[in-house]
Design a protein around this ligand. Structure first.
Ligand code: AMP
Length: 214
């Protein structure tokens, strides 16, 4: 059975953390447009340069840029058994493009899961978030710390704080989320299942799995 899953949720809701767990559990790739864009920036590609100013300002990158990235990624063979989309779609035009793409690639329709976390908690989470530049493993200095301070558990790389996890960009990202991404839950209607994204990471993972079978 093919599993194609979209994870929706505000910045800091835990999409990346849960996507990584589900990816390991199901043996299918996590596709994070945020990670792909950060990688393009690190490599200094034309696309990375184009995305940089939007990302640092906490704004969404233009639809055609991310749609092109996802189209290319979904064309690769490792996606045939399914994918976990983390951070895409983030606008209604992106959701419409995804439906067209899945139909063109003859993939099964996607499951949609929205992770709910109150805004006050999101603020706390984003301030302490750290990431691995090599394998993108997400951490939090307090809620999900690495075994050794500042170092990735998986590969030992020095963790970094994202530019857009600083206070000025955070408020812009929330505004973008409210205006452009939150309407996707209504857009998907009954296709979208909702789960409470607070509490222990493994408890959230269980809730997600239960919501998808139920
Ligand atoms: P994320 O790591 O998912 O929080 O994404 C970081 C940043 O990358 C976002 O604030 C946007 O600037 C950009 N980005 C990632 N995914 C998308 C998307 N689907 N549409 C537009 N911009 C995106």
């Amino acid at each position: 059975m093919q599993r194609n899953l979209i994870l929706l949720g505000a910045p800091g809701a835990g999409k990346g953390t849960q996507a990584q767990k589900l990816s390991a559990l199901w043996g299918i790739p996590q596709i994070s447009t945020g990670d792909m864009l950060r990688e393009a920036r690190r490599q200094g590609t034309a696309l990375g340069q184009k995305a940089q100013a939007f990302m640092d300002a906490g704004k969404l990158v233009p639809d055609e840029v991310v749609i092109g990235l996802v189209e290319e990624r979904l064309g690769r063979p490792d996606t045939r058994e399914g994918v976990i989309l983390d951070g895409f779609p983030r606008t209604i035009p992106q959701a419409e493009a995804l439906d067209r793409l899945m139909a063109k690639l003859k993939r099964e329709p996607v499951w949609v899961l929205a992770i709910d976390v109150p805004e006050a908690e999101l603020q706390l989470r984003l301030g302490g978030r750290r990431s691995c530049p090599k394998d993108n493993t997400p951490y939090h200095v307090k809620f999900n710390p690495p075994r050794q301070i500042g170092k990735c558990d998986q590969c030992g790389a020095e963790l970094f704080q994202r530019e857009d996890d600083r206070p000025e960009a955070i408020s812009k990202r929330f505004a973008e989320y409210q205006n452009k991404t939150a309407p996707l839950v209504a857009h998907y209607g009954t296709r979208a299942k909702r789960v409470d994204g607070t509490g222990a990471l493994d408890a959230i993972l269980e809730r997600i799995q239960r919501a998808l079978v139920g």
